[in-house]
Design a protein around this ligand. Sequence first.
Ligand SMILES: Nc1ncnc2c1ncn2[C@@H]1O[C@H](COP(=O)(O)OP(=O)(O)OP(=O)(O)O)[C@@H](O)[C@H]1O
Ligand SMILES: C[C@H](N)[C@H](N)CCCCCC(=O)O
Ligand SMILES: [Mg+2]
Length: 229
Amino acid sequence: MKETIFPGKTTLNSAGLFVTGTDTEVGKTFVAASLVKALKASYWKPIQTGPFKDHDSPEIQRLTGIDETSIYSCSYSFPDPLSPHAAAKNVDKVIDLENIRLPEHGAEEFLVVEGAGGVLVPLNDDFMMIDLIVRLGFPVVIVARSGLGTINHTLLTLESLRSREINVAGVIMNGPANPGNRNAIEKYGDIEVLAELPQCDDVSFNTIASLKPKLQRVTELFGRNVNND
Ligand SMILES: Nc1ncnc2c1ncn2[C@@H]1O[C@H](COP(=O)(O)OP(=O)(O)OP(=O)(O)O)[C@@H](O)[C@H]1O
Ligand SMILES: C[C@H](N)[C@H](N)CCCCCC(=O)O
Ligand SMILES: [Mg+2]
């Protein structure tokens, strides 16, 4: 197992983290729910596309049971299940990054922010999700599938983030255990895999709660070893 890449740091001094992924549907919401639970955090999905039945914020509440006051409203939400730039265009709107500001939250509050799709998803003609990540300034956790194809996707995502000098806290692999892919991501990406979450038979409140021990490294890194009730 790779030694932590933050040997000098016991914790990242941050009021939150940004969950991105190597793709859409890789498990950002699933992982975000486990992080919200383990870190006793709040949640925010700034940009949501797709019909309400597929929205992430209600799914977070279902999976974590956190109060709705700890789930902040999207800055933008469009009905078509498309890239944000296209979903906005379909309703004659344009996403303006000036309108996407961190929600007012308590000094002790920790905020888990979830992107939409991957880091180079276009938001408008000039900016992509990665530009929002830069503006928000939180360290990033990359959610990656565990199976074949994930090495390339993860290294591409890492390269994009590092090209903008974004602080990548680490990778969380999601799916059946794959030590070979874990080792390759850590070796060729020079990045720590902070957790490996299994493919679960059902995705429920209890499932998410059961994953807490697997996120010990993340709680340490962000100094959130809070005693969960
Ligand atoms: N480890 C897992 N075990 C079982 N089901 C999972 C797991 N991870 C994700 N899923 C399921 O796979 C689907 C996609 O996951 P999820 O919604 O978290 O992806 P996402 O990356 O957040 O997608 P989007 O880009 O739309 O936000 C969901 O139905 C989710 O419940
Ligand atoms: C609709 C989907 N679930 C996400 N909300 C948006 C995914 C955008 C992906 C764009 C792309 O990379 O092709
Ligand atoms: Mg999601």
